[in-house]
Ligand binder design. Structure first.
Ligand SMILES: [Zn+2]
Length: 60
């Protein structure tokens, strides 16, 4: 089973995340997740968006 980041498309190999190539990427057996850096990024984005939503509610 290949584990691939759905954001940057890197593929997990052991405890490392590598750029995909034809050897690591077998599309019939791929499960998608976030690599640690994209997970952090997404977490920050979610926090930013929720902060904006709070402000929008406060203005309205
Ligand atoms: Zn990623």
């Amino acid at each position: 089973m290949t584990i691939q980041c759905c954001k940057c498309h890197k593929v997990k190999s052991g405890d490392k995340w590598l750029k995909p190539n034809s050897r690591t990427l077998r599309t019939e057996m791929v499960t998608h997740t976030y690599c640690p850096s994209c997970f952090d990024e997404t977490l920050h984005e979610i926090r930013f968006v929720s902060q904006c939503a709070d402000k929008a509610v406060a203005i309205a």
